[in-house]
Ligand binder design. Structure first.
Ligand code: UDP
Length: 419
């Protein structure tokens, strides 16, 4: 393949890469697709990202970045459907995608699918177009279910994921832990999996002065400020984080700022607010709402630490963003945290997801808020630039393309030998 400029179909059916980050269906995966596509586009590859038309606001085709287009596929009334309710519409999406492709006369060199729903489309596309398919699952239903937290993922998802990992040509995992999960729970052969970490936008996420950003955001200069950033869902363990704060009531200046969520009237926000009231920590917790990603760096910089309280993460982009802003991270042992965090230097990975353990990690930060200089913390994650990540993913694309050629030849030889 060498320096060939690729045409890539990226599939992200349930989540729109230009949707509102921090809300239920739009999180790290959207950031990943956007940043990767932008980086590949800069290198001259041409990317079409297929997603669903959610609210009629968007044009059918949007020029996102240099060489990157976002294609909105519409089917009647599909706007606000939940993830699972999209499943029966997948054949319609595929038809709509295929119409677009044949109308434009495009031959894609590779299909890169994201999440199991798009993986299903990817399986159909690899058959119809006879092209390599690399799948990134982002989260695994089986692993989610094993945490026992939140509503269980349906058997349909697990079965679809198993079929996807069996049929696609290559799988991308963001950590060795996720690779092990794919081997253990999905029976994937390790050689089929490439491990490439996620990245961070180093230009956007930069250290800023702590006191200046506190002033800008109206936070108290003398408080110990902890920050949570992310979607509001049970798997994120926000309840446990609130309990940890209640264990630390004796620290009178401790504050927790929660960024993200679907608005104050959303069921999960209301549930968490009730919990705050029940724990009697209203004076310690601030619900700051969803914040545009462009405006997040001052939040990270104003904090003494970011806290990740999740029961499961496939990677945990917010951890990387906080470190790029020079702030330490206290985290449960999830995603890439053990790799990203230098224990007692750039943060603490606590032993498990119990609120008492989280409280211990938080206490260590309160006792020592200036663990390491901001520029040193940032230096520890410089290698996670999207440019480096895209270069590694391009190598995975090459492997997927070689694999497809190999499988095709194999099939041809088998057919020939059968006469
Ligand atoms: N995010 C945001 N605004 C918010 C909340 C979150 O821009 O109000 C972004 C955040 O910067 C991060 C992403 O959403 O890039 C969340 O990714 P992560 O991998 O931490 O969690 P996921 O959503 O994939 O579970």
């Amino acid at each position: 393949m060498g320096n060939k400029q690729l045409r890539i179909a990226m599939l992200s059916i349930h989540s729109n890469p230009i949707g509102e980050l921090g809300t239920n269906d739009t999180g790290g995966m959207s950031v990943y697709i956007r940043e990767l596509a932008r980086e590949l586009g800069k290198r001259g590859h041409r990317i079409d990202v297929f997603t669903r038309l959610q609210n009629g606001r968007h044009q059918p085709v949007v020029d996102l970045f240099e060489n990157v287009r976002l294609i909105h596929l519409g089917i009647p009334n599909n706007g606000q459907l939940s993830r699972l309710a999209l499943y029966p519409y997948l054949p319609d999406f595929f038809k709509s995608m295929e119409n677009f492709r044949s109308r434009e006369g495009i031959v894609y060199d590779l299909i890169h699918s994201h999440y199991w729903l798009s993986g299903r489309l990817g399986n159909w596309a690899q058959e119809r177009w006879n092209q390599p398919h690399l799948a990134m699952l982002h989260t695994l239903g089986e692993v989610k279910n094993r945490t026992g937290v939140g509503r269980p993922e349906p058997e349909l998802r697990i079965a679809a994921e198993k079929q996807l990992v069996k049929n696609c040509h290559r799988i991308l995992a963001p950590t060795d832990r996720e690779k092990d999960n794919l081997i253990r729970y999905y029976g994937v052969c390790g050689e089929k999996i490439g491990v490439v970490p996620c990245g961070v936008n180093m230009d956007l996420f930069n250290p800023q002065d702590k006191q200046a950003t506190r002033k800008q955001l109206g936070f108290d200069p003398d408080d110990s400020i902890l920050l949570y950033v992310g979607r509001f869902e049970p798997l994120k363990g926000i309840e446990g984080l609130l309990e940890a704060i209640s264990h630390l009531k004796r620290y009178r200046r401790l504050r927790l700022v929660l960024v993200g969520g679907d608005g104050s009237e959303a069921p999960e926000s209301r549930r968490l607010k009730r919990k705050v009231a029940n724990l009697g920590i209203e004076d310690k917790v601030l619900f700051a709402g969803r914040v545009d990603q462009r405006d997040l760096p001052p939040y990270y910089s104003s904090a003494d630490a970011l806290v990740i309280s999740s029961h499961y993460e496939s990677f945990g982009l917010v951890g990387l963003e906080a470190l790029a802003c020079g702030r330490p991270v206290v985290s449960t042992p999830v995603g890439a945290m053990e790799t990203l965090i230098d224990q007692s230097q750039t943060g603490y990975v606590v032993s498990d997801t119990r609120s008492r353990s989280l409280a211990t990690g938080i206490q260590s930060i309160i006792a020592n808020p200036n663990l390491t200089r901001a520029d040193e913390i940032r230096k520890s994650v410089l290698k996670y630039s999207w440019s480096n990540v895209a270069a590694a993913i391009l190598m995975e694309y090459e492997t997927a393309i070689r694999q497809q050629v190999f499988e095709d030849d194999h099939l041809m030889l088998a057919r020939a030998s059968c006469g």
